[in-house]
Design a protein around this ligand. Structure first.
Ligand code: GRF
Length: 207
């Protein structure tokens, strides 16, 4: 197959909110040289801007609400199946606010990345920017990592630092982190698409 006919690297993006991170990926994909195609966007809830962004870009979407299932395991299994329908090479959590379970990780572990607005292992969880501000650190940042069975505990792919300003509140700090985070995620996904990656213990290498 000629080089220019290499099939694009298929990515499913998972969202729960505004989708500015998703938008950065969608914008990057508009350049054929990036070599990545967002084949679907999945969410755990309706009525979010991220789904509108996907629809505006002509990207298929799906929503699966945990409350509609008898158990978290049932939702996890169903959600994993919905993602699998799109045959992703990589699954990217971009502001997705759900913890996946063993079914999902059995299917996508090792090719499921998340982005977090802090320098893990510092300040894991739902409020990375708020916790960093409350702790009084002078430098925080963003982390892209492979999702494992823990909460923001997986092997790190990339990190970038962001200075905390004395005048920062949670919103201003998180927004500045998100600018760095979006650029880092676009860079990491592009490099994974072109060069692949290896995982040895906690060390992830993109050649
Ligand atoms: C990002 O900072 C992400 O790390 C965090 O939530 C934010 C998502 O923002 N989990 P958006 O929905 O992509 O705008």
């Amino acid at each position: 197959m000629a080089a220019d006919e290499t099939p694009p690297f298929r990515v499913v993006v998972l969202v729960s909110g505004d989708g500015s991170t998703l938008q950065a990926l969608l914008d990057a994909c508009s350049d054929p040289a990036y070599g990545v195609l967002v084949v679907a966007v999945g969410a755990d809830r309706d009525g979010i801007l991220a789904l509108k962004r996907a629809e505006s870009a002509g990207v298929p979407t799906f929503v699966s609400r945990p409350a509609e299932f008898d158990s978290r395991d049932d939702w996890d299994r169903a959600f994993a199946a919905l993602v699998a329908e799109h045959r992703p090479d990589l699954v990217v959590s971009a502001g997705f606010m759900r913890l996946v379970g063993s079914d999902f990780l059995d299917r996508f572990g090792g090719r499921f990345i998340n982005t977090h607005p802090a320098l893990l292992p510092a300040f894991p969880g739902m409020h990375g920017a708020r916790d960093a501000l409350a702790h009084g650190v002078k430098v925080t940042g963003a982390t892209v990592f492979l999702v494992d069975e823990g909460v923001d505990t997986g092997p790190v792919l990339a990190q970038r630092a962001v200075e905390v300003h004395d005048t920062d509140d949670e919103s201003s700090l998180h927004e500045r982190i998100k600018q760095v985070e979006r650029a880092m995620l676009v860079d990491v996904v592009g490099r994974m698409a072109h060069a692949g990656w290896t995982v040895t213990g906690r060390k992830v290498t993109i050649p």
